[in-house]
Design a protein. Structure first.
Length: 289
């Protein structure tokens, strides 16, 4: 008696999908990076997702400037700059200007696993040894006491006064809300952004071109303040002056052809008469005689 035949799939294949990708999972214990599905499956540019995954895999302190990223990827600075701008607009990347203990201003870049996260609590300040106050001598009769005032600490990242900003830069920034009503800037924000706009104007960029660079491609939802997005574009957008348009050379006019009244040879001139040879030898005088 023949063995019964069955067309049913084997148990090993029962749980596999009929189409699409099939993952072969390997549990990693070292040299791996965890990123959220929201970031890995972000719709849009694949360059943006790739740059985000690469930044997530880097250790703290690594450079993530446009120049450093261009050395790693084959894409140019325009695509890399656009990817960083999209990550900042989505809330994954943030650049902050902070003051160091020595008083210098530096820019720190924070990359969040979840948009809008907390970069972590600040490091607790180191305890300082209490200093003994200087001994104040007793005032002598008739002496004038001098009052020593403690120095006022400098404020971090104080913007220049609005009155010192370039008028054309302030006008350009104030007009951005006409193109996008969300780009409403305070006087303090305008004072911070004005030097960057002034630098672009000095490089030869027309105001209309600067406006396009600041307002083009903004997302439907702004996850950060408009001033932060504009500051990032002013700092990270490659500065290129537009090509100068040169007027085409004027067409050369050709004088009409005439027959010389003296020798009947052809010559070009604006008006009929005698050719150059006849004028030089005075033949036209004999004709008149």
């Amino acid at each position: 008696m023949a063995d019964p035949q069955s067309n049913a799939p084997s148990r090993a294949d029962a749980g596999l999908p009929t189409s699409g990708v099939i993952h072969v999972r390997t549990r990693l214990s070292a040299d791996f990076t965890v990123i959220s599905n929201a970031l890995a499956q972000r719709p849009g540019s694949a360059v943006t997702v790739g740059v985000a995954a690469y930044i997530s895999s880097l250790p703290d302190g690594s450079s993530v400037s446009i120049a450093a990223l261009c050395k790693h990827f084959t894409e140019g600075e325009i695509l890399i700059s656009r990817a960083l701008r999209e990550l900042e607009e989505d809330g994954y990347l943030e650049r902050r200007r902070e003051r160091t203990p020595t008083g210098q201003i530096r820019t720190r870049t924070y990359f969040y696993d979840v948009p809008g996260g907390n970069p972590g609590p600040p490091e607790p300040p180191k305890p300082r040894r209490p200093r003994k106050p200087p001994a104040v001598p007793a005032p002598t009769p008739g002496a004038v006491q001098e009052t020593v005032q403690a120095p006022v600490p400098a404020q971090a990242d104080t913007p220049p006064p609005l009155a010192e900003a370039h008028p054309e830069a302030i006008t350009l920034l104030a007009a951005l809300r006409r193109i996008d009503p969300r780009l409403v800037l305070s006087e303090q924000d305008a004072a911070r952004l004005a030097p960057g706009v002034t630098r672009w104007l000095a490089a030869g960029l027309p105001p209309t071109h600067i406006t396009d660079l600041l307002t083009a491609g903004l997302p439907d939802r702004l996850l950060t303040r408009p001033a932060g997005i504009l500051a990032y574009r002013l700092k990270e957008t490659p500065l290129r002056a537009p090509a100068r348009i040169t007027a085409p050379p004027a067409a050369r006019t050709v004088a009409p052809m005439w027959n010389c009244d003296g020798c009947d040879r052809g010559f070009r001139a604006q008006e009929p008469g005698h050719c150059r040879d006849c004028r030089d030898h005075g033949r036209h005088l004999s004709d008149v005689a």
